[in-house]
Design a protein around this ligand. Structure first.
Ligand SMILES: *Cc1c(COP(=O)(O)O)cnc(C)c1O
Length: 475
């Protein structure tokens, strides 16, 4: 592709993007394709000769787009949002064009210095204290893995990377049963082993780790000669928004010298609103906090902020060249690849800078407040409809519900059939979870372009389809 064609096709892509966004409401949210349908349309091997861009682009529109689930659809109420505010897409285009590797300060000083700045903007926006610095990671999974590696190295006196884990005492890490599966994987990959991830019993409205149980587990492990290393607290778990009492957990972490990582991948964005910060009060005592601006805040994927109190332990765990240890940031030079597992790094700060400037924090706060309010409104409306039960109350904008068929025995089957029928309908998209072993349907509002009318559509679709499948099964 020569430069003239690059210009032409970049314009075409921009036009396509604007048309796509403008027509999202008319598309089914979840792809309506069968397994293998898209693969069957793709050639068996790569062509030997060049093909015309016209043909490639036409195939993209014909064969690929129909197989996409539309995460930017305003009625995407499944999982958690993965918002890509248009302004962040524009920034990503510029980043893709320059395609710099931003692993060291000198491999792109602007990328490093802007990263330091926007992380500090976000630190202030979230109300975190000044002693937090951070790095932009690809995903919360990577940030949590880094934090778990720090827990391991710190507990082993920095010997794990060098000597391996065999012959070392067994490391123990504590969390609730509400944490994301990325925690399990971090434990596996760090060589600690699932059996050493201690699930502390939970209680209360937000299913928080019970402090006494946490403390007893740590004491018992110590007495047994095991090596407690860290605690992972959840703020806004993926299933029902499970949230630990961070202040209580932090006090225990401090008492036993354990490293505390807080996973607020989704809920962290809401902390730009001071009224929601009670959900993570005590976070200032954490050692490490992750939140994903690529979820609720609108910075297109991937963009995960990993805040740390003491970057030196992160660098000591992950940097190949320890001479940087002593100068980390102090001479104005930060090499962010020493804060993460991967070496190569995309210039992720630019989209945050564009996003925060183009929207302004107050607009973003208002968006999040709307989502929370609309979600609470939907939960109260559903609670009034006979046959519907709110299973877990809204935690920010996430709640779960269930529709009760006449035959209580078949409730799980019925609710799975309901989610399926809703998603086949295409007007909205929902996902399910299990609460105390039973199926519940999740609803979260968080899409950037969602309006209150879209949430009203969700009410209509849910109640209409529940009534329909109930009559169908009764027949
Ligand atoms: C989404 C999510 C994750 C995983 O985030 P990735 O960035 O996809 O790795 C982890 N924890 C929680 C609470 C989440 O909501």
């Amino acid at each position: 592709m020569d430069n003239d064609d690059f210009r032409k096709w970049s314009h075409r892509a921009a036009d396509w993007g604007a048309d796509y966004r403008a027509t999202l409401r008319d598309r089914p949210v979840r792809a309506q394709t069968q397994p293998g349908e898209i693969a069957a349309r793709i050639g068996l091997s790569a062509p030997e000769e060049p093909e015309a861009m016209e043909a490639i682009f036409a195939d993209f529109e014909r064969d690929i787009v129909p197989g996409m689930t539309h995460w930017q659809h305003p009625r995407f109420f499944a999982y958690f949002p993965a918002n890509a505010a248009p302004v962040s897409v524009v920034a990503e285009y510029l980043v893709s064009t320059m395609a710099a590797q931003c692993m060291l300060w000198q491999t792109s000083p602007a990328a490093t210095e802007l990263e330091t700045k926007v992380i500090d903007w976000l630190r202030q926006a979230l109300g975190l204290p000044e002693d937090f610095s951070g790095v932009i990671q690809d995903s919360a999974s990577s940030a949590t893995l880094s934090a778990v590696l720090v827990m391991r190295e710190r507990a082993l006196g920095w010997a794990g990377n060098r000597a391996g884990l065999s012959g070392q005492p067994r490391i123990r890490i504590y969390c609730s049963d509400q944490v994301h599966t990325s925690i399990d994987r971090a434990i596996w990959v760090a060589g600690i082993g699932e059996e050493n991830l201690v699930r502390v019993p939970t209680g209360g409205r937000w299913r928080s780790m019970q402090s006494t149980a946490l403390e007893e587990a740590i004491q018992a492990d110590r007495a047994a000669g095991l090596l407690p290393a860290g605690i992972i607290a959840s703020v806004g778990g993926t299933s029902i928004g499970g949230t630990d009492d961070v202040a209580a957990v932090a006090a225990i972490a401090k008492k036993y010298g354990l490293y505390l990582h807080v996973d607020a991948a989704w809920a962290g964005s809401a902390m730009i609103c001071p009224e929601f910060r009670h959900f993570w009060s005590g976070v200032e005592h954490a050692d490490s906090v992750v939140f994903n601006p690529h979820k609720w805040l609108g910075a297109q994927f991937d963009c995960s902020i990993h805040f740390v109190c003491d970057p030196e332990s992160l660098v000591r765990t992950l940097a190949i060249r320890p001479e940087y240890l002593k100068t980390q940031g102090r001479d104005g030079i930060v090499n962010y690849s020493e804060w993460t597992v991967p070496l190569g790094r995309r210039f992720r700060a630019l989209k945050l800078w564009f996003l925060l400037r183009a929207h302004g924090l107050e607009t973003l706060r208002q968006m999040i407040r709307n989502h929370v309010g609309w979600s609470e409104g939907l939960a109260s409306r559903l609670a009034e409809v006979p046959g519907f039960e709110i299973v877990t109350e809204p935690m920010l904008s996430l709640f779960t519900f269930r529709h009760q068929p006449c035959d209580e025995q078949r409730a799980d089957e019925h609710n799975l059939a309901l989610v399926d029928a809703i998603n086949n309908d295409g007007r909205i998209y929902l996902t399910q979870t299990r609460v105390d072993g039973r199926v519940a349907i999740r609803f979260q509002a968080g899409q950037f372009e969602a309006t209150e009318a879209d949430v009203d559509v969700a009410f209509d679709v849910i109640t209409e389809i529940a009534a329909r499948i109930t009559t169908e099964t009764a027949r």
